[in-house]
Design a protein around this ligand. Structure first.
Ligand code: HEC
Length: 184
């Protein structure tokens, strides 16, 4: 009987014994401390929309040339007709989608017919970048025209509404009126 009492006592004593769990909260506190000591990421100085558009346009120069004149029979000009396209909702949608998806098929413009392919140009670019390059074209090649600038919101919404398209589908969305110097 005495042995039984003793063992019951030992079991109870073991349960009540202080364990090192008591120390646990202090440790958790240390781990959960917010990390505030990391250095802020180094940001590149941001370019003005104008400088950013000019920089992005360097991608286009190989084909459409610095002044947007293009190469007759090979690459359509961007210094004629884009103002007409930028003046209607359909034309603006088309211009944004060309940058995001590329273009393929028989393109008839005011200064020639083109049967080429342009690959998408917007890889790694933000809607603001796409707006900047389109505004670069409008401002630099049509300085005398009072054209509505593209905004990042407009570009984003057009791109999201249409999603990814094949180049020939983009061509099918081109308004027949635009791109023609003769039609102005
Ligand atoms: C490797 C050559 C190449 C590059 C680089 C290129 N394009 Fe093109 N682009 C073309 C070709 C080719 C077409 C015509 C495609 C066709 O015939 O269907 C075209 C068509 C276009 C059109 C449609 C013109 C119209 O009258 O409908 C626009 C707008 C355009 N490009 C803008 C750009 C912009 C902006 C860039 C740079 C971000 C760019 N392109 C880069 C080759 C290129």
């Amino acid at each position: 009987m005495r042995v039984l009492f003793l063992s019951v006592f030992l079991v109870l004593a073991a349960c009540g014994a202080p364990s090192d769990e008591v120390e646990a909260p202090a440790q958790t506190e240390i781990l959960a401390k917010p990390i505030t000591a990391l250095p802020a990421p180094v940001k590149k100085p941001s370019l003005s929309p104008q400088a950013n558009g000019k920089k992005f346009y360097k991608k286009c120069i190989a084909c459409h040339l610095g002044d947007g004149a293009g190469v007759p029979g090979a690459f359509p000009s961007l210094n004629s007709g884009m103002d007409v396209l930028a003046s209607t909702e359909e034309g603006r949608t088309y211009l944004v989608l060309v940058i995001y998806n590329g273009l393929r098929g028989t393109l008839e413009t005011g200064n020639g017919t083109y049967r080429g392919t342009m690959v998408r140009q917007a890889g790694g670019k933000s809607p603001a970048d796409v707006a900047d390059v389109l505004n670069h074209i409008l401002n630099d090649f049509y300085p005398d025209k009072d054209l509505q600038a593209f905004s990042a919101e407009e570009v984003k919404s057009i791109n999201e509404t249409h999603g990814r398209l094949r180049g020939d589908k983009v061509l099918a969305l081109r308004p027949k009126v635009g791109g023609s110097k003769a039609g102005e």
